[in-house]
Design a protein around this ligand. Structure first.
Ligand SMILES: [Zn+2]
Length: 57
C-alpha cells in the first residue's frame, strides 16, 4: 500500500487501467507503483521499463 504525506499531491482514480495484470518481464506502459500478485511486494517503475522477471531472494 502506498503512503503519502501531502494529500494535495495525490488524487483517487478508479480507471480500469489500475486493474491490469502484467507478467514478470513485461514492459510497463505507465509509470507507477506495481504490486506483485505472488508476494505482495510493490515497486515504483517508469513507463516503458521492464518489470523484474523473477522474485527477489
Ligand atoms: Zn513477488
Amino acid at each position: 500500500m502506498a503512503y503519502y504525506k501531502d494529500e494535495t499531491k495525490v488524487k483517487n482514480a478508479s480507471d480500469d487501467l489500475f486493474d491490469m495484470v502484467h507478467k514478470p518481464g513485461d514492459q510497463t506502459t505507465y509509470a507507477g507503483i506495481y504490486r506483485c500478485e505472488g508476494c505482495g511486494h510493490e515497486i515504483g517503475i517508469a513507463g516503458g521499463h521492464t518489470l523484474a522477471s523473477g522474485a527477489p531472494e
